[in-house]
Design a binder for this molecule. Structure first.
Ligand SMILES: [Zn+2]
Length: 424
């Protein structure tokens, strides 16, 4: 392969720390197929691997620039150039830290369901995800964690997104703020926390801070490297802020579990969990940007108050990618109509969102593409401590999502391997 190399053999610090400017993107112009040179096999360290080249508009942390990528399993060179196809946008692959299901599969189904959802979401640009459990009887929750472990130990999902651990959403949540979670809540006792940590796969957890034992559990999770999510809670702002401070002081990472949903609202005298989470300088903030869960103005508020900390998630259930009809969530019947998933009670039952749609919704809300890309890749990766992916930087994994001028996904690469049929 020719051309300059910007090799970076090891990644010691979180990537994606470049500039912070806005670069509005004009999506008009002629449509072109992504330019991809045919792959070549080259020898490296005695093994054969494929080296690929992609040209287009590179969506970098500081802006969108024309250029070229060379990559195998990792990105080998990221080279800005004077000219490149105008209507091809190359982004780091999306990272979904909160996804229950998709394509008919659900995390609670076992390994088969996890593989199904990982493949469905990969077709929509997600290259890394955390299968997410739902509040269920304890043994079922543990079984779901074992299923995630089984998938990971088997080497991941062929043709799917990289599974890098589980998000334990419930059962350590408020019975008064269930949202669509079934009423199988339980307390985060030290024994239960130890049991879920023993699975070795929990990478994010959702806790209601007001539960007895939640504070100790949060610190235990933080010390184990697990992102502590605040959600499904009736806590007040003071309690949330205090817990965030404690976790950050212990070196842990925090996040709002679907900001604004299942946690009350913001008022001047009662900022509630959303106020505490927005005001904290370190907490990441999950947002379900499906046009149903969060108003576009609330989303813009989050972006303005918490630049770099917003994490777009799907919270998708098994019906994602299947269209309208009858479905299921955590053992409860769900109806999907006009893209809205509801329980019999009328409560929202997760979403049928995919991250490519979330991207379009964010752009439609007026957020520049590099900022949206950060919400889809760098921020979620950082929120769960992933330092080997999240932006287009030499040395990082070649997880790539390629969009056309209308921001439709046309190509996806996971660790350099093409996933879509139309990927060269
Ligand atoms: Zn959820």
């Amino acid at each position: 392969m020719s051309g300059p190399r910007l090799e970076r053999p090891g990644v010691l610090a979180p990537p994606c720390g470049a500039g912070d400017r806005n670069f509005p993107v004009d999506h008009r112009g002629q449509q072109e197929r992504p330019h991809a040179a045919p792959p070549r096999a080259v020898a490296q360290a005695g093994a054969w691997r494929v080296s690929r080249t992609l040209r287009g508009q590179l969506v970098l942390p500081g802006g969108v620039v024309p250029g070229e990528l060379h990559f195998g399993r990792t990105l080998e060179a990221v080279m800005p150039q004077a000219e490149a196809p105008q209507d091809v946008f190359i982004l780091p692959g999306f990272v979904d830290t909160h996804v229950h299901g998709g394509g008919g599969g659900d995390t609670m189904d076992g390994p088969g369901g996890i593989r199904t959802l990982a493949r469905l979401h990969a077709r929509h640009g997600t290259t890394t995800l955390l299968p997410t459990t739902i509040t269920n009887p304890w043994e079922k929750v543990l079984a779901a964690l074992q299923a995630v472990r089984e998938v990971m130990e088997a080497g991941g999902v062929v043709g799917g997104a990289d599974v890098i651990g589980a998000h334990l959403e419930g059962p350590f949540i408020s019975p008064q703020r269930l949202g669509a979670q079934p009423a199988h809540t339980t307390l985060p006792t030290p024994d239960r926390v130890a049991e879920v940590l023993d699975s070795g796969v929990v990478r994010a957890v959702t806790l209601a801070p007001e539960l007895p034992g939640a504070w100790e559990a949060a610190l235990t999770f933080a010390q184990a490297g697990v992102r502590v999510g605040i959600g499904h809670t009736r806590a007040d702002a003071e309690m949330v802020s205090a817990l965030l401070d404690a976790v950050h002081s212990a070196g842990g990472r925090t996040c709002a579990t679907h900001l604004f949903n299942a946690m009350g609202g913001i008022e001047g005298r009662q900022p509630g969990p959303p106020g505490a989470l927005l005001a904290d300088p370190h907490a990441f903030l999950e947002v379900i940007l499906d046009g149903i869960h969060v108003h576009p103005t609330s989303f813009r508020l989050a972006h303005a108050a918490a630049r770099g900390r917003v994490v777009l998630v799907t919270d998708a259930m098994r019906a994602a990618g299947l269209g309208d009809g009858e479905s299921e969530l955590g053992g409860q019947p769900v109806t999907v109509r006009d893209g809205r998933a509801t329980l019999e009670s009328g409560s929202l039952a997760g979403s049928v969102l995919t991250l490519d749609v979330a991207l379009k919704n964010a752009v439609r809300a007026g957020i520049p593409l590099p900022e949206v890309s950060r919400m889809l890749s760098a921020a979620p990766a950082a929120s769960v401590g992933l330092t080997d992916r999240g932006c287009l930087e030499p040395g990082l994994r070649a997880d790539l999502t390629v969009l056309d001028r209308d921001l439709n996904v046309v190509q996806v690469y996971v660790a350099g391997l093409p996933l879509l049929e139309n990927t060269p």
